[in-house]
Design a protein around this ligand. Structure first.
Ligand code: HEC
Ligand code: HEC
Ligand code: HEC
Ligand code: HEC
Ligand code: HEC
Ligand code: HEC
Ligand code: HEC
Ligand code: HEC
Ligand code: HEC
Ligand code: HEC
Length: 477
């Protein structure tokens, strides 16, 4: 009996010790991963599952000496990763709005200063789209009066405020009344619609870069490095050789050359690309593709995904090459030494993505436009590839660059209307297409079945205000 007790105690201590080590050890430490997983009280959201084993990303490590808990979650952590994004989105409900005494009493109804009021974690059964863990009728708690003050809103039910195309809680940049009204009356399809032209050169982080084209003879890989004629040709025929970016700039190996004077390395780290392409790397690490690299973990791969991916290299997947365990580094789309941005824009995506929406793309009007641009029958920048929508070309101080955070304009999807669709469609058409229940699965390959009324409503509201103003002017000469 006594030996049994001792054995039981030893096992317990051992289990406790391994769990404790698991918690203290860094997230990237493999043996501890399964232990951390065992501590998780429940799955994390679609947005965070990739980094869920990095408990300290959200839990205060000094406050969880025994075990992470609900009370050690750091609101600061949410803000350090999302603060800038919400600020750029011109957040409709920022904390500071509720510091105003006029609105402060609303906090007794819903504590809108605390992210966790609406975004809890590890509660998969309560989690809605976009990590929301609050019933969807909560807008009404603070905005009960709107039905009375706006005739257009009379009779609307409590849970319709945030349906697609009406309002968002944070990001209303495409939905502000003035924005809506300003875009009233445009035609569904804008004649000659184009996306902006890329300005890779202007947006390089090394603005002092001298663009002196290199020939094959000038390639500077040291002797023992094995190259193939294809590799050399790919480099020579494409942008990097044309812009004077030699082998050693990416691989190191040459003592006199900048930026890297390390011994030759066949592998090229993301940080090397960053020396010249900081904007692309900085945006890459804040989206679903690069967030694990951003958190100092191993790259994301297709085997870890929750969305459907091509997971074998045989059968039907062979059409797109198959991509079991394909890793998400810069090379995932910019394969080989061509750094071919056209290949990257659609073909590369379909090596991995196998959900209904992605697979429907090939049969859409947009895909036909992209094919036409590729074969030269369509105008430059008139095609719509996966990247046109998901890696949009954005204006920065220095010029137009490709935003490599494919989540920045994904949800709420009105962000995409503003940044992408408006180049070629009216706002009303775009919002309607994005709100269409079948839109996503059909990859926007059919006209919207219903039209969103918000543009019309905003237009009427401003017309009425204008009419009242004119009537007042008439009365007082
Ligand atoms: C993306 C941020 C995030 C990460 C990463 C994260 N958590 Fe949490 N965790 C939270 C939030 C937010 C809560 C608060 C939930 C609430 O208030 O109900 C929480 C609550 C908890 C709780 C208390 C649950 C309860 O019902 O009281 C435990 C235990 C916990 N986390 C453990 C972990 C462990 C272990 C890890 C790492 C393996 C981890 N968490 C990773 C955000 C995170
Ligand atoms: C009163 C509820 C509420 C509070 C408080 C809240 N959110 Fe949200 N959040 C939402 C809703 C609703 C959505 C869904 C999209 C929308 O309506 O804007 C959302 C979406 C998001 C998104 C994804 C979409 C986007 O617009 O980028 C992020 C990121 C986010 N919230 C972060 C935060 C952070 C960080 C805090 C704390 C500073 C916070 N939220 C506080 C309700 C809330
Ligand atoms: C280490 C950085 C990091 C921390 C800490 C973090 N997030 Fe996130 N969060 C991300 C990334 C990256 C994504 C996925 C990309 C995206 O959706 O923008 C994401 C996604 C989300 C989404 C879902 C967006 C969607 O489209 O589904 C919400 C909501 C959100 N975070 C809120 C929070 C809140 C609230 C906290 C604090 C408890 C928090 N985040 C902590 C990095 C972080
Ligand atoms: C905790 C209370 C609270 C909740 C919950 C809340 N709001 Fe608000 N909302 C406010 C306050 C306060 C203002 C600012 C009003 C003002 O400036 O006069 C505001 C402003 C707005 C505005 C006008 C923004 C502008 O500047 O024109 C819209 C639209 C809006 N909210 C929609 C929503 C929607 C949709 C929801 C639910 C997804 C929601 N609100 C949930 C308190 C809340
Ligand atoms: C998901 C696929 C994908 C990944 C991963 C990816 N890119 Fe791109 N990249 C593209 C596409 C597509 C384009 C061209 C888009 C266009 O023409 O509008 C592009 C364009 C570029 C350009 C030139 C356009 C510009 O912004 O001026 C650079 C530089 C670039 N990528 C660097 C990188 C770096 C560095 C990484 C790794 C951090 C990376 N890319 C990862 C798809 C990807
Ligand atoms: C713009 C950056 C860049 C330049 C310039 C460049 N490479 Fe590479 N090279 C890469 C990347 C990225 C890889 C893939 C690395 C990985 O898998 O981690 C690679 C891989 C290689 C490999 C490994 C075998 C293979 O094909 O994957 C060799 C050998 C190589 N490069 C030789 C060269 C030579 C020779 C030159 C000059 C003619 C050159 N590289 C120029 C980025 C570059
Ligand atoms: C030493 C600087 C430097 C480094 C390091 C570098 N690039 Fe470039 N990259 C350039 C220059 C310069 C251009 C050409 C700009 C132009 O022609 O407008 C370019 C162009 C590109 C393009 C656009 C190609 C096209 O056809 O438009 C892509 C994509 C790209 N780089 C990706 C990468 C990736 C991925 C890495 C890391 C593996 C990398 N670059 C490393 C300087 C660099
Ligand atoms: C090497 C494989 C790979 C390639 C190539 C790739 N992706 Fe992804 N992508 C992923 C994985 C893995 C995720 C994360 C999926 C998940 O969370 O379930 C992802 C996420 C996404 C998301 C976010 C989905 C969400 O629900 O938040 C979008 C959008 C996306 N990819 C678009 C693209 C586009 C567009 C391209 C081409 C320009 C591309 N991807 C290329 C593997 C890939
Ligand atoms: C016309 C613009 C457009 C094109 C073209 C497009 N997408 Fe999307 N994609 C969207 C929108 C909008 C969403 C949904 C956002 C939402 O409402 O959740 C989406 C969602 C996704 C998602 C998330 C799917 C999910 O189930 O949550 C992935 C992955 C994705 N797209 C990849 C791709 C790939 C790969 C291609 C090219 C083969 C592509 N998309 C082409 C606009 C587009
Ligand atoms: C570069 C221009 C361009 C961009 C950007 C663009 N589209 Fe289109 N779109 C077109 C053209 C051109 C057509 C075809 C019109 C026709 O058939 O006459 C089209 C057709 C459509 C159709 C109807 C498909 C059909 O077969 O009738 C929908 C729905 C649509 N687009 C939605 C969107 C949405 C949503 C976005 C933004 C996420 C978007 N588009 C971005 C140019 C664009």
């Amino acid at each position: 009996m006594r030996t049994k007790w001792i054995a039981w105690a030893v096992v317990n201590v051992a289990v406790l010790a391994t769990f404790t080590i698991g918690l203290i050890a860094p997230a990237s430490n493999l043996p501890s991963e399964s232990l951390k997983r065992a501590w998780l009280p429940g799955e994390t959201t679609h947005g965070h599952y990739q980094i869920e084993l990095d408990c300290d990303a959200c839990h205060d490590p000094s406050g969880n000496s025994s075990e992470p808990s609900a009370s050690d979650v750091m609101q600061d952590a949410c803000i350090s990763c999302h603060g800038e994004q919400l600020e750029l989105a011109n957040d409709t409900h920022p904390s500071k709005k509720f510091r105003d005494p006029v609105h402060a009493d609303l906090l007794n109804i819903i504590n809108a200063q605390d992210c966790l009021t609406c975004h809890r974690e590890h509660v998969p059964d309560q989690t809605l789209n976009m990590g929301l863990t609050l019933p969807s009728d909560y807008c009404w708690h603070c905005h009960q009066d709107i039905g009375e003050s706006r005739p257009s809103h009379v009779g609307m039910t409590h849970d319709t405020c945030a349906t697609a195309g009406c309002h968002n809680y944070h990001d209303n940049r495409a939905l502000y009344e003035k924005f809506l009204a300003d875009h009233h009356g445009a035609s569904d399809h804008i004649e000659g619609g184009r996306v902006p032209h890329r300005q890779t050169r202007e947006t390089l982080s090394r603005s002092d870069w001298e663009m002196v084209a290199l020939s094959l003879e000038q390639s500077d890989a040291p002797e023992p490095v094995e190259t193939t004629p294809e590799l050399l040709q790919d480099w020579q025929e494409t942008a990097h050789a044309a812009a004077g970016v030699n082998c050693s700039m990416c691989h190191g190996g040459s003592e006199s050359k900048t930026p890297t004077a390390t011994p030759w390395n066949d592998h090229v780290a993301m940080e090397t690309c960053q020396e010249c392409h900081a904007k692309q790397v900085d945006t890459f690490v804040t989206g679903k593709h690069g967030m694990r690299l951003g958190a100092g973990m191993s790259p994301m791969n297709t085997a870890m995904a929750r969305l459907p991916m091509h997971t074998s290299s045989g059968g039907q997947d062979a059409v797109h090459g198959g991509a079991a365990h394909a890793e998400l580094t810069c090379n995932a789309c910019h394969a080989g030494h061509r750094f071919d941005t056209k290949y990257a824009a659609a073909e590369a995506c379909l090596n991995c993505h196998a959900d209904d929406h992605s697979l429907a793309y090939a049969d859409t009007a947009h895909a036909a436009l992209w094919a036409a641009e590729l074969d030269g029958s369509g105008e430059v920048n008139s095609g719509v590839s996966c990247a046109t929508c998901h890696l949009p070309r954005l204006e920065s101080g220095e010029g137009v660059f490709v935003n490599h955070d494919q989540n920045a304009s994904l949800r709420p999807n009105e962000t995409m209307a503003r940044e992408v669709c408006l180049n070629c469609h009216s706002l009303e058409y775009s919002l309607s297409a994005l709100a269409d229940p079948q839109g996503k699965t059909q990859c926007y390959g059919n006209p919207p079945t219903q039209r969103t009324k918000s543009v019309e409503m905003a237009h009427e509201w401003f017309e009425q205000q204008e009419a009242k103003r004119r009537a007042r002017q008439k009365r007082s000469p």
